[in-house]
Design a protein around this ligand. Structure first.
Ligand SMILES: [Zn+2]
Length: 312
């Protein structure tokens, strides 16, 4: 032992170890196996640049890409009672929550925001599969109600991006009660004559498919998204038969009349802008990011009598 082994070598080692690349700089595409550089992947909205496979994307990343200039404002969601059943499996429910909050940096499995897409004001709600599999608990129920109420209050359409493993079992029957609650919230939009558009992303399953995710005026899905109540494995084991190719995937469901559209993530914004402008009786966009009604040739202001007539 001398000063070289005790002092110099550790210093040299520490200098070199600092240069090691973090492992999460590269993501392997689960479909084609290509190694994708994280920045390139993020620029491409988490779609594989080689095979077009749609990898998961968080609501925050999605909203940043979706809203004009990446600007949106979060809509406040009322906090439900924490851990009402004092549920415990291998871990306590509050411990699971804390772990999910730490790993995602989000409070819960749904983000509600307001902003403009293609100069069209909307409310958007996005479910976060990375947060406890996007499971629908009381918070998600509250989030959808908050989104619907805000939409009615502001007269804006609601766009919902679903992604969930189903109901949150840690909340038992209380999570199942979110199915009728969210259905009533969707009904509020219909009564206010406001469009409700659902974008189903991979995977949307269980009680979420059985409630708000299937009640849209327009049902869009991302390519190859699994959309089902019970998953293919469960069905296969129950009926003991091989299921057809692509069963319960977006394209299969489109072919069988369960969906209106299957749209690539990168074309989603333009598509939503067109649909929403059409549904709200606004002129069609010429280019999705610049179709401001204000920049179009100004129509003569309606006379006060006309305005009164419309209001009446
Ligand atoms: Zn790929």
């Amino acid at each position: 032992m001398n000063w070289i082994t005790n002092y110099v070598r550790p210093r040299i080692n520490s200098l070199f170890s600092r240069r090691e690349v973090p492992e999460n700089l590269w993501t392997k595409c689960p479909s084609c196996g290509t190694m994708l550089f994280h920045r390139e992947l993020a620029d491409n909205l988490n779609v594989c640049t080689n095979c077009d496979h749609h990898l998961a994307i968080t609501p925050r990343e999605r909203f940043t890409a979706l809203f004009d200039g990446g600007v949106f404002r979060e809509v406040k969601v009322p906090e439900p009672v924490a851990d009402p059943l004092q549920f415990r499996d291998q871990k306590k429910y509050p411990d699971r929550m804390r772990a999910a909050q730490k790993s995602t940096g989000e409070k819960e499995a749904m983000l509600v925001a307001e902003g403009e897409i293609g100069r069209t004001p909307i409310i958007a709600a996005g479910q976060d599969f990375s947060f406890m599999a996007g499971s629908m608990g009381m918070y998600v129920g509250n989030a959808i109600i908050a989104a619907a109420e805000r939409a009615v209050q502001t007269g804006r359409p609601l766009v919902l991006f679903s992604a969930a493993g189903g109901a949150r079992m840690q909340e038992g029957i209380l999570s199942l009660m979110q199915m009728p609650r969210t259905t009533v919230a969707v009904q509020m939009l219909k009564e206010a004559n406001l469009p409700y558009v659902v974008v189903l992303t991979h995977p949307t399953t269980g009680g979420v498919t059985a409630s708000y995710a299937m009640l849209g005026d327009v049902q869009i899905a991302e390519p190859n998204a699994l959309i089902c109540f019970a998953g293919p494995r469960v069905i296969e084991q129950t009926i003991r038969e091989k299921l057809p190719e692509g069963f319960q995937r977006a394209e299969y469901l489109l072919e069988h009349g369960m969906l209106d559209r299957v749209t690539h993530r990168k074309a989603m914004k333009d598509e939503l802008v067109s649909i929403l402008r059409m549904m709200t009786g606004q002129p069609a966009p010429t280019r999705a990011d610049l179709p401001a009604p204000a920049t179009e040739p100004a129509l003569p202001e309606p006379s006060p009598e006309e305005t009164a007539e419309k209001a009446g």
